[in-house]
Design a protein around this ligand. Structure first.
Ligand code: GLV
Ligand code: MN
Ligand code: MN
Length: 403
């Protein structure tokens, strides 16, 4: 079997590592993640790497080089709920494939390669982002250890149950000397490459984003006896807000999404007394994003006031826009040209571990075309020919860095 085909089959094989039977759902520090580590660790070893798991739960493979410096490659192994097969795993497995090529050729580069399979990019379990890459970058916030998941388990206990020591996450920080940068291969998750009829593109920047949790509190009451004009229905308030978010977003490159909604008490014959929802806001211009979020939170407050509701808001995360390093962008672009393809540079609307890694070292990313631009959906699909191009570009990129 060819290496690109192996990459696709490995991504498909990891789909069996899931918390939910008929879907791919692989949360941070879960049994499903342990299952993924078993396979990915094996593939890393086959490619000649030494493998270890750190305290936060990243799987780290190291391919020694002839010199003192290190280049980092990687992406994440966690997923959203009911995910596709490629968001995250593709980048890890393409990186392993590039190392496999070196290993098979008996080749050593003047630098070592660390392949990082990150523990939590999506934040599904704890509403966090980039737990794994933050630990490596040295920006993990110990206050996050008190966060709880949907079952009331703290992050501290989850890490312990997975085999890590939550008090020693500082030890996960990169301590191996000079770095040449971090490069991540990832599916595009958008329509640009398909529209341009190109298999890969070089990422110029990753848009900033922030996430908030909002809780509207009204009054739970009897669905049969409470007249409409006497109700304080938290779900109706939330619905008005969801519509307002869509009306406001869409202007000038802004996107905003309500993706989670929890209704209490959640019974057919009870007027909803409390609704908690998520708000995700993104823009490549940080100043515009901040203005937009302030306006959206004001709108929520106006709705709550008008409907005599309580409103609590809580910021869950914030990431500024990150520019990819000119040095890595130019090497990646050269690698694309060297294999005979035109270079397209594009910005990422999705967040990536490269964002957290930018606090540690220069970052670069290569996007791979995906069918219809569809992602965060089981229909995610990538062509074997495009994976072949990604491996070739990454291999050429390694050569360029080596010379
Ligand atoms: C990560 O997939 C994100 O939400 O951008
Ligand atoms: Mn994702
Ligand atoms: Mn991803």
């Amino acid at each position: 079997m060819t290496l690109p085909r192996i990459v696709i089959e490995r991504c498909q094989y990891l789909a069996r590592c899931t918390k939910e039977p008929d879907a791919i759902t692989r949360p941070f520090a879960s049994e499903a993640m342990r299952c993924a580590h078993d396979s990915v660790g094996e593939w890393m070893r086959e490619a000649g790497m030494d493998v270890r798991r750190d305290n936060i739960g990243n799987l780290r493979g190291r391919f020694e080089g002839a010199g003192e410096t290190t280049l980092m490659l990687g992406s994440h192994l966690d997923s959203v709920r009911d995910a596709g097969k490629y968001d995250g795993p593709l980048g890890v497995i393409v990186a392993i494939a590039a190392v496999q090529r070196l290993h098979d050729a008996g080749k050593r580069l003047p630098f070592a390669i660390d392949v990082l399979a990150f523990a939590d990019e999506e934040g599904l379990r704890f509403g966090s982002t980039y737990l794994g890459s933050r630990a490596v970058a040295g920006t993990f916030d110990p206050a996050d250890l008190d966060r709880t998941d949907g079952d009331g388990i703290t992050m501290r206990d989850a890490i312990r149950a997975f085999g890590g020591d939550p008090e020693r996450i500082v030890d996960d920080r990169w301590q191996g000397g000079e770095l040449l940068g971090y490069c991540e291969v990832h599916i595009e998750q958008g329509p640009v490459l398909e529209a341009r009829n190109l298999p890969v593109g070089v990422v110029s920047a990753i848009a900033g984003q922030e996430r908030h949790q909002l809780t509207f509190t009204g009054v739970a009451a009897h669905a049969g006896t409470t007249p409409i004009d006497k109700r304080r229905d938290a779900l109706v308030a939330a619905s008005v807000f969801v519509q307002a978010v869509e009306d406001y977003a869409g202007r000038e490159g802004l996107v905003a999404t309500v993706g989670q909604l929890s209704v209490k008490p959640g019974a057919a014959n009870v007027i909803p007394g409390e609704v908690t929802l998520s708000l995700d806001v993104r823009h490549a211009d940080d100043a515009l994003r901040l203005i937009a979020t302030r306006r959206l939170l004001d709108i929520a407050a106006e709705i709550a006031k008008h409907r005599r509701m309580g409103l609590k808001t809580n910021q869950m995360s914030e990431e500024a826009t990150v520019l990819c390093s000119q040095r890595l962008v130019s090497r990646l672009s050269q690698a694309v040209r060297d294999i005979g393809l035109p270079v397209v540079e594009l910005a990422s609307g999705a967040g990536h571990d490269a964002v957290a890694m930018s606090a540690l070292t220069e970052v670069g990313m290569l996007f791979v075309r995906c069918k219809g631009g569809v992602s965060h959906n089981p229909a995610e699909s990538v062509k074997t020919e495009d994976v072949a191009v990604a491996i070739d570009v990454l291999s050429r990129f390694l050569d360029l860095l080596a010379n």
